[in-house]
Design a protein around this ligand. Structure first.
Ligand SMILES: Nc1ncnc2c1ncn2[C@@H]1O[C@H](COP(=O)(O)OP(=O)(O)OP(=O)(O)O)[C@@H](O)[C@H]1O
Ligand SMILES: [Mg+2]
Length: 342
């Protein structure tokens, strides 16, 4: 029998709009999969696949298979599906252990009591003996390497798939924060809309995401007049078709969403208490979340505000890495933040 079965597993859980990540103390990130469940509506709601394999089924199955996304804008909107999903992931992460795990789970900015209670009920289903719910943005700050517990202002922006969170933190707390329900998914939708409007071609969001990955610099107009070949469906004829799409049009579509995000960043920047302005100018703006990987995003932010900005290492994983750091020091964190003994 493996020794691991007798040692308690301390977990950090980040259930994001697109990705669920689980960190296991002593092991690191062991789950990083799509927050998705594929269900066969024809067979009494039988689960067909969970996680990345559920996402692979999307768009490639008959109409009976529904792909459920139980997390929207960082909040659990379908409790039952979220419970099934997290049970599956935790089981995959730690197997059947004798000692019940302890878990740290992250919540988004603006999470109401009701939403937090849904998050707790979701995590409870893994049978944990202790649970801590903590702010995702603080965890992201830790994961990005910021000194969030020092008496100085740290400015952090997490641009995910369904939302963007922005906060000024100091001494482990949030001084001022803001969140907008806009992230990578909205960028993909904007690309879909642009191609529908300008090229009368219909593409799926997954294709839009791939096009987004092909961008090379979103900070300034593309003067090289480059085009990319995109496959989709001709709206007029319904036929499969191919079109050459101008990169600059795509970049401009992406920027309409980035402008909304920059507006939200500005909202927080303009409310930084004067004594912390020096910290922000000195330390800059730390940006993380999967969508911060848009090429040259840091340049765009720096140009917009004249404040240096930096993309975090392992930008997509900062929240779970920060929560993972807390899980590594579970005793300290469970006594310092509101927690629930089960
Ligand atoms: N190289 C990249 N360039 C641009 N966007 C990227 C890149 N890699 C990932 N993304 C985008 O990042 C988003 C996923 O980010 P992340 O994993 O931080 O989201 P999430 O945690 O699931 O969502 P949220 O925090 O909003 O609930 C997706 O929209 C994806 O398309
Ligand atoms: Mg996230």
């Amino acid at each position: 029998m493996a020794l691991g079965q007798f040692s308690p597993a301390d977990l950090a859980i980040d259930m994001g709009t697109n990705r669920t990540r689980i960190y296991v103390r002593g092991k690191g990130i062991v789950i990083n999969e799509a927050s998705a469940v594929a269900m066969d509506s024809g067979k009494n709601g039988r689960i067909v696949a969970i996680g990345d394999s559920a996402e692979e089924v999307a768009g490639r199955s008959d109409n009976r298979i529904r792909i459920l996304h139980p997390v929207q804008q960082g909040k659990i909107t379908d409790l039952e599906t979220a419970q099934l999903m997290i049970q599956y992931f935790v089981n995959k992460a730690i197997g059947t252990v004798r000692l019940k795990p302890r878990a740290i789970a992250v919540k988004p900015i603006g999470c109401t009591r009701m939403e937090e209670s849904i998050l707790k009920r979701t995590v409870e289903t893994i049978g944990c003996r202790a649970m801590v719910i903590t702010d995702s943005i603080i965890a992201s700050g830790i994961g990005a390497g910021l000194s969030v517990y020092e008496p100085q202002g740290s400015f952090i922006v997490d641009i995910g798939a369904g939302k963007t969170e922005i906060a000024l933190t100091s001494m482990g707390g949030i001084v001022i924060s803001h969140s907008v329900p806009v992230g990578g998914n909205q960028i993909d939708r904007e690309i879909v809309e642009h191609i529908r409007r300008e090229y009368e071609m219909s593409i799926v969001e997954h294709t839009a995401e791939q096009i987004k990955f092909d961008l090379t610099d979103i900070s300034r107009p593309d003067t090289s007049d480059r085009y990319i070949v995109v496959r989709g469906r001709d709206i007029a004829t319904g036929m499969p078709t191919t079109a050459e799409i101008r990169i600059e049009g795509i970049r401009a579509a992406v920027c309409t969403v980035l402008d909304q995000i920059l507006e939200a960043v500005k909202w927080v920047l303009t409310r930084v208490p004067p004594e912390m302005c020096v910290d922000v100018l000195k330390n800059g703006i730390m940006v993380c979340g999967g969508s911060s990987l848009l090429p040259k995003l840091a340049d765009k932010i720096t140009d917009a505000f004249g404040v240096p900005s930096l993309i975090a290492r392992e930008a997509g994983e900062c929240a779970v890495l920060g929560a993972g750091y807390m899980a590594d020091h579970f005793e300290v964190y469970s006594s310092s933040v509101e927690n629930k003994k089960l």
